[in-house]
Design a protein around this ligand. Structure first.
Ligand code: KG4
Ligand code: ZN
Length: 342
């Protein structure tokens, strides 16, 4: 196959990101985070996010090209996150990609954000392409600020959703708890840090749907349980804060791992993968590795910088789609073909 250079753009939430992928290798990956801007509100404000994408998108793309020593005219494709995400944020990336695609006369490839989180596992050492028939089918647990789902990867681009959250995402439970404890945004990293000093057994938070017999999740009740507990405690000491963080983290990770284990027993994958921002959580990473060992499965977790939103994962998803040339998508997991300009 001829050399293939892709410029990837991601702007679905609060990171403006661009990356250059050449023949499946990451040449650059630039992320302009707006987290500090949203921190004062305790969460992402869509209008603020969209405005700051508008400001950051061109400088971010320029930096990605510069770092990759790539000229616009070297590009063969542009990959862009088409959704899911905040509509006005997505539009900045999609419109930029379309404009560049038209100006350069190259195709624009729409990528599902969740597919990006899957392909964050395909960075560097983990060359699924070479091992295709040995390590697939795989099951991935995708846990982010907006999503919690278990997906079976049958082949490149061929997915089946096994279960997802019926309400809040796991990341949201981390973020909302952090907001209640006035820890700032994003909450996951703060909770995870505090939890290290806390007692995970201090508060008996529920493990929602842990025995539901299906592969669905629910985290909104957990959020309410934390709210009631903070109200009951009135003043919260720093020891109690750490204990709340540790107990919440334990409850979330227990549910995630229990459901993943059930899918392993039921679907017998060859490999398990992890993806999404919450995959940066050290307790989850540890328990995930233990599970892989217990079931003698191959496993992979993306490096920290590829767990949270980035454009490299979007470029890799596009690369593998082009390379395999036959990707199709499940009912709920589609990229809109109308976005393709050519
Ligand atoms: O994938 P991502 O960057 O954005 C979405 O697609 O939503 O995920 C962001 C989420 C946030 O909820 C954040 O609190 C969570 O990932 N997160 C963590 C950690 N680092 C980020 N949650 C738990 N522990 C962490 N260390
Ligand atoms: Zn994400």
């Amino acid at each position: 196959m001829a050399k293939m250079t892709i410029l990837a753009i991601e702007s679905s939430c609060d990171e403006t990101a661009a990356a250059v992928i050449s023949d499946g290798k990451i040449k650059s990956s630039i992320i302009a985070s707006q987290a500090s801007m949203h921190a004062q509100y305790g969460g992402v404000v869509p209008e603020v996010a969209a405005r700051s994408h508008v400001e950051a998108i061109i400088p971010t793309i320029e930096l990605a090209l510069k770092e990759a020593q790539t000229k616009l005219t070297d590009l063969d494709y542009i990959a862009v996150t088409q959704g899911p995400g905040l509509m006005t944020s997505l539009m900045v990336g999609v419109d930029t990609a379309k404009a560049l695609g038209t100006a350069l006369d190259i195709p624009v490839i729409p990528i599902n954000h969740l597919e990006g989180h899957i392909y964050a596992n395909f960075v560097g050492k983990f060359k699924i392409s070479n091992l295709k028939f040995k390590i697939l089918p795989a099951i991935i647990l995708i846990v982010s600020g907006g999503h919690t789902l278990l997906v079976e990867i049958k082949n490149h681009g061929v997915y089946r959703i096994l279960g997802e959250t019926v309400d809040d995402a796991a990341g949201e439970a981390f973020d909302k708890t952090a907001k209640m404890l006035k820890l700032g945004y994003p909450g996951g990293p703060m909770i995870s840090k505090l939890a290290k000093q806390g007692n995970p057994q201090a508060f008996a938070f529920p493990r929602p749907m842990i025995n539901s017999g299906n592969f669905e999740f629910s985290f909104s009740g957990l959020k309410t349980a934390v709210l009631y507990k903070t109200q009951e405690l009135k003043t919260i000491s720093s020891k109690q804060k750490s204990d709340l963080a540790a107990s919440l983290q334990q409850a979330i990770v227990d549910v995630l791992i229990a459901k993943l284990e059930k899918t392993i027993q039921r679907y017998k994958p060859k490999t398990i993968l992890l993806g999404g921002g919450v995959a940066a959580n050290s307790l989850l990473r540890e328990r995930f590795k233990q599970l892989a060992t217990t079931y003698h499965l191959a496993s992979n977790i993306p490096a920290f910088e590829y767990c949270t939103d980035n454009a490299a994962m979007i470029g890799l998803a596009a690369y593998y789609r082009l390379k395999n040339n036959k990707a199709h998508f499940g009912k709920n997991f589609s990229a809109d073909p109308n976005l393709k300009l050519k």
